[in-house]
Design a protein around this ligand. Structure first.
Ligand code: ATP
Length: 511
């Protein structure tokens, strides 16, 4: 596809045209940064959630899953630090009146320097051909090293200033780097201010008696407050994990890039409770395990990378992101955080309840340390969807749009067609669907010529098309067509289900 910006536009329009994602309340012109998942989108999202849940909960005997409420006791957010510290630094441009996240402006500036590095690499690649060693080039070329050093200095300074709440220095950095408003080009900035991202709401009937609540900004706290309940009732022994998926809400200052940054989104989080002192071992374990999970989906190992945090959140002693190459560049897809005993300790203090584990081997009680894996379901959706959408030129020079979703995640697993709408073929096709629908989401389609139907299913991401023709009436066989290779094979009706199960089994994908 032409360039990244064009590709991203195509992703957004394709998501709408093929029933994946609509803007929220579109008939009223939509609500900014809020989206609805349509008939295919809801399925894809559910399948990603299921793929995560199975790998985390079913494949680990020491991890269980819960489903905590979105509304929580307001003290939760005092204890977790969100009331005092869940802020983004924002800055306004006085001329354009546009509001930005100060840290994002600086990060975008660094991303531009990174593009220069990529250009140098590409140039050298051309020059040296097969003999080119990228690692070596990046670690020795003076120009590249200079760019990298510049990025490091900027990000380190920003990290320190944010950690020390030195917002004046963040502004100074923006001015020194001469960062301009991306829309108006103006460099006329206000001071940097902190802005709390939590959505407030009220519980109760009358204004006088109502309690102030927050919509949860992360699902993790629902796990922490249930730590003792789950540990006791599940007879869990350290190390063990609690997993959860569910909605989270953040009043993002700049919400853009489609479903990458939303105000209402879904998280898939797992808190892993470990012995104090062993957290780094588990932190490394989960970094690797999570990266392997991503790779299992076949989107290309080169599209993932780790980014270790310079600036640590108030609760963490180590943190890394798994970044994915979105159409707009490498960005955070998942976070792995070593959260120490910060959360459980804080909840102990605020609730007066013990949140500890008696370790029979050590013969002592302690507050466990926590390693968290936290991924945005919507971001994962965007990663898979944008990478799967491809424009292919075929042997005869024609092109096709194909959505090469991993078959395990595809919303519809097969479309069943009668070749023509008569001679009893539709009846046979419907019978096949009746058998398959116990195990798979399958659809019937009889409109248009078969070639056109194939193209429609390619673009919708359906991995198999099954065609019933006149030969089927004689020998009970059908053609099954594979989306990615466009190969067709003739198989007996009785073998369809087996064939599909082979390609769409969790074991095949997850193992
Ligand atoms: P960012 O730096 O992009 O704002 P974050 O570091 O605040 O993200 P975390 O608090 O670590 O994000 O949340 C864990 C995951 O939740 C992220 O890796 C991301 O996939 C997802 N996520 C966070 N905020 C949003 C959002 N506004 N919209 C969609 N997904 C989000």
């Amino acid at each position: 596809m032409a360039n990244n910006e064009d590709h991203f536009k195509k992703v957004i329009s394709h998501a709408k045209e093929y029933g994946y994602i609509f803007g929220s309340s579109e008939i009223y012109d939509g609500l900014s940064a809020v989206y609805d998942y349509a008939q295919n989108g809801a399925e894809l999202k559910k399948n990603i959630r299921e793929y995560w849940w199975r790998s985390m909960v079913y494949m680990h005997q020491n991890i269980v899953g819960i489903d905590a409420a979105i509304l929580m006791h307001p003290t939760t957010w005092k204890a977790s630090g969100h009331v005092d510290a869940f802020n983004d630094p924002l800055i306004d441009n006085k001329d354009s009146k546009k509001r930005y996240r100060a840290d994002v402006l600086i990060e975008d500036y660094c991303a531009k320097i990174e593009t220069k590095i990529e250009k140098e690499v590409k140039k050298a690649q051309k020059r040296f051909g097969d003999a080119f060693n990228k690692e070596e080039f990046i670690s020795t070329n003076p120009r590249v090293l200079g760019y990298q050093e510049k990025i490091n200095v900027i990000l380190q300074r920003m990290g320190k200033s944010l950690e020390n709440e030195d917002l004046a220095d963040v502004k100074a950095l923006i001015e020194e780097l001469e960062i301009a408003d991306p829309i108006s080009g103006s460099k006329n900035w206000t001071d940097v201010k902190q802005f709390n991202l939590m959505f407030g709401t009220k519980l109760g009937a009358s204004a006088e008696t109502a309690t102030d609540l927050y919509l949860r900004p992360e699902t993790a706290q629902g796990i922490f407050v249930n730590f003792a309940n789950v540990q006791k009732t599940g007879r869990m022994k350290i190390p063990f994990g609690i997993a959860q998926t569910g909605k989270a809400f953040r009043n993002e200052i700049v919400a853009r890039q489609f479903i990458f940054r939303m105000r209402e989104f879904e998280q898939m989080e797992m808190q892993f409770f470990v012995r104090p002192g062993e957290e780094m071992k588990w932190y490394e374990y989960w970094k690797e395990t999570r990266l392997n999970w991503h790779k299992s989906l076949g989107m290309g190992a080169e599209n993932y990378r780790f980014h270790d945090h310079e600036k640590l959140a108030h609760y963490a002693n180590a943190a890394a992101d798994i970044e994915f190459k979105f159409p707009f560049g490498f960005k955070e897809l998942e976070g792995i955080h070593s959260r120490t005993d910060f959360d459980l300790k804080a909840h102990e203090e605020h609730s007066g309840k013990k949140l500890q584990f008696f370790d029979p081997q050590m013969n002592e009680s302690y507050v466990p340390y926590v390693v968290e894996t936290s991924i945005g379901l919507d971001r994962m959706f965007l990663a898979i969807f944008s990478k799967s959408l491809q424009e292919e030129t075929l042997g005869d020079g024609s092109t096709r749009t194909v959505l090469k979703l991993p078959s395990i995640l595809a919303p519809v697993k097969a479309a069943v067609f009668p070749l023509v709408k008569k001679d009893g073929l539709p009846e046979v096709a419907r019978k096949i669907i009746e058998n398959l629908q116990w195990d798979f989401n399958v659809i019937y389609d009889e409109k248009d010529a078969v070639g056109k139907r194939y193209r429609r299913q390619d673009a919708a991401g359906t991995p198999f098309c099954i065609t019933v023709d006149h030969q089927t009436l004689e020998d009970q066989t059908v053609t099954i067509r594979h989306r990615d290779t466009m190969e067709q094979e003739r198989i007996p009706i009785s073998g369809i289900s087996e064939k599909m199960k082979d390609s769409i089994s969790y074991q095949k994908w997850l193992a």
